[in-house]
Design a protein around this ligand. Structure first.
Ligand code: HEM
Length: 450
């Protein structure tokens, strides 16, 4: 008699026990970064957590990540935790799904082509030069300064508008919007967004300020009959295969997405890099030497001369990935590295723990930019390093952010050395992005001419 065929045995990844009902909620709430590092260390690179009744699987090894983000990406979508961001960003590239996302991504992609970005390099350098022109040797909060700088850069490259200068109200609205999204994402009990609580009202009024700003800029362009050659102009001129462009509402959501996705992430990457440089004088000296060897303004042509600076930035984003965790939801049953992933499971990649996996990184806590020399990169699996994610939903602003980082670092390093104020070591604060909790208090020292 033939042996009866049986369904493959269900195998779920191992994980920490947690407590009844809440599961691992309290542990992750107390120390999210430590929790995501301990999980794989104690239970293996594919580990199961339970948050209330939600099953949550962390992938901490490249093959499994590749399967979910690239090979079988069609079976996954952004998790419900992105609802918090949807409140501010609407249905833009970060939060949309399916055919709508695919069409928008196709329309926006050419605007981020390296060639098109070349023109933005000068703007990035000019904004940085303006920033340091006002500096003196008094102590200051470098994180705050970088938030203003990256906002100004995104404003000028996106819509040729100085967002930081135009109105403090806009900076304020962006801050309120982001804080609300952060609080909403973290809340154990989520207050429905339609309830007229003081926080919800403050948030709604911030969104109204942002909406009015974006709509006014779009209307101006339409009236002038020329979209312009900045990113907004490129998005306004983009046409799909049927000759259709974006509606004003879609433009609003994409612009808001780009302002918010592009400014805090880059400011945080730079803040952690300046922090690391101040703690590693040997690395700092090499960055200074590289930047000082460039004469005249820094533009796209000078970037190849800033290869060490690029490695510093990459290594800084290994240790402090601005997007420290991202999640997907399984839309169909799947099997990942021999483990069953039932439909509805949340699957997470945590660059903070992935970038510290000792199987791929020697001395994971050490700061060593030469890990990003081409030969060393070749030796590592591609999905061992994911500050910008990978696959179809990879960050569209990847090249923009790296170019901005190189230019800002080099422009500052040519003239200033920054050091942490005593006792000012920043504390990591894992919100929607990885921020220094109380800013980055530093002192500035003008460099003597070489
Ligand atoms: C160091 C800076 C940055 C980092 C670390 C970063 C990281 C990321 C990551 C990890 C994702 C994927 C999120 C997910 O799958 O859930 C993402 C998506 C995205 N990022 Fe960035 N980002 C940075 C800068 C920028 C900039 C400068 C822009 C635009 C000007 C931008 C625009 C976007 C957009 C639109 C998406 C959604 C792409 C899509 O799903 O089609 N980002 N980013």
């Amino acid at each position: 008699m033939a042996a009866a065929t049986t369904a493959p045995e269900l195998r779920f990844p191992p994980g920490p026990r947690g407590v009844p009902i809440l599961g691992n909620v309290l542990d992750v709430w107390r120390d999210p970064l430590g929790f995501f590092v301990r999980g794989p260390r104690d239970h293996g690179d594919i580990v199961r957590f339970r948050f209330g009744h939600h099953r949550y699987i962390l992938l901490n090894e490249p093959d499994a990540i590749r399967h979910v983000l690239i090979d079988n990406a069609k079976s996954y979508q952004k998790s419900r935790n992105y609802d918090a961001l949807r409140l501010v960003l609407g249905n833009g590239l970060v939060t949309s799904e399916g055919d709508f996302w695919r069409r928008q991504r196709k329309l926006a992609q050419p605007a981020f082509h390296r060639q098109r970005l070349a023109g933005f390099a000068r703007t990035m350098a000019e904004c940085t030069e303006d920033m340091i022109a006002s500096w003196d040797e008094s102590p200051f909060d470098m994180h705050h300064e970088l938030m203003a700088l990256t906002l100004r850069i995104v404003g000028r490259t996106l819509f040729s508008t100085d967002l930081s200068g135009e109105a403090a109200a806009i900076g304020e609205a962006i801050t309120v919007g982001l804080k609300h999204a952060n609080d909403y994402a973290e809340a154990v009990i989520r207050i429905p967004p339609w309830l007229p609580t003081p926080n919800n009202l403050r948030f709604k009024s911030a969104v109204r300020v942002l909406d009015a700003m974006v709509m006014r800029i779009i209307e101006d362009r339409r009236k002038r009959g020329e979209p312009g050659d900045d990113l907004l102009g490129m998005l306004m001129s983009a046409r799909d295969d049927d000759g259709h462009g974006m509606t004003d509402r879609q433009l609003r959501d994409e612009v808001m997405t780009l302002v918010l996705a592009g400014h805090e992430t880059t400011a945080n990457a730079l803040a952690w890099t300046f922090d690391l440089l101040s703690r590693h004088p040997d690395v700092e000296r090499r960055v200074h030497a590289e930047a000082s060897a460039i004469e005249g303004p820094i533009g796209i042509e000078q970037l190849p001369q800033l290869s060490y600076t690029l490695r510093v930035l990459q290594e800084s984003m290994r240790l402090y990935p601005p997007v420290w965790v991202f999640e997907r939801e399984a839309m169909a049953d799947d099997v990942v590295s021999g483990f069953n992933i039932p439909r509805g499971t949340l699957v997470a990649v945590c660059p903070w723990s992935l970038h510290r996996n000792p199987r791929y990184w020697d001395n994971p806590e050490g700061f060593d930019p030469d890990r990003f020399l081409p030969a060393a990169v070749e030796r590592r699996p591609r999905c061992a390093y994911l500050p910008f994610a990978t696959g179809p939903r990879q960050c569209i602003g990847n090249a923009f952010a790296l170019m901005e980082g190189q230019i800002v670092l080099a422009t500052v390093a040519r003239e200033w050395r920054l050091s942490l104020v005593p006792g000012g070591a920043p504390v990591v604060d894992p919100k929607v992005t990885l921020r220094p909790r109380d800013g980055l208090p530093m002192t500035r020292h003008r460099r003597s001419p070489a």
